[in-house]
Design a protein around this ligand. Sequence first.
Ligand code: SAH
Length: 265
Amino acid sequence: MPLEQIAFGSRPACDYGCAMSKVPFSRVAMLSAVLLAGCQPVACDVRVAGSDFAAARERMVRQQLAAPGRGITNARVLAAMGQVPRHEFVPAPLRARAYGDHPLPIGYDQTISQPFIVAFMTEKLEPQPMDKVLEIGTGSGYQAAVLAGLVSNVCTIEIVEPLARRAEADLKRLGYTNVLVRAGDGYQGWPDAAPFDAIIVTCAPERVPQPLVDQLKEGGRMIIPVGPAGDQALYVLQKQGGRVEKRAVLPVRFVPMTGGSAGDR
Ligand code: SAH
């Protein structure tokens, strides 16, 4: 199992070399080679047919998520990962690499997470059809789109305004009508839409923001990477009887949470 996610916020253009994947480089490279075959470099995204993306997505689910050693088993999560057009959430010149086992840069020094990490976090959230979910760190909007197919409503907050606006436009263009995007500091949560059945955080604060704990329903789940750069873990929190139980489930590497979270450093 890959132990690190891979949001290399401080690096300008993340390439294969910085993806912390246990899948051999050669396999990733081969997948790209297949997708790139027959394309002119510049117009590649236009020339990769929709059916090639569908096939790449199906392979992604089989090889990167459901395979032994990866162990994503929730059938609804696997189905959602098999449906969402990840290539629509990455910059056009990178579309042929959208289904590789790695994160990709999305501009503004941010990244779209590795598919495995998206699936792992979604599974740990135990999404239910009637849930209202809050996401902190919209980024490309991809994680929000995966959740949109699994729950009733998704509220997602992004601190980099142009990313928020672009994700909002992409989600609308692709027909996701149950996702609300807000540009702002996710450290504060979304008080007027609270409480939430589940909260997913895709940037790393050094401590769990109290406003997010306050906005979680009784019995609710939160998945959140916590810790300084180089020493982070993904935690699952559960609010039970007014208490919060917290357990670490995976060592990871995410971009830091900025905004109000910086005061905790
Ligand atoms: N979930 C995203 C990937 C997120 S990368 C996807 O599916 O593409 C982490 C994101 O968190 C970045 O876009 C970063 O700008 C954002 N972020 C960092 N600090 C934040 C904060 N305080 N509030 C909201 N978003 C924040």
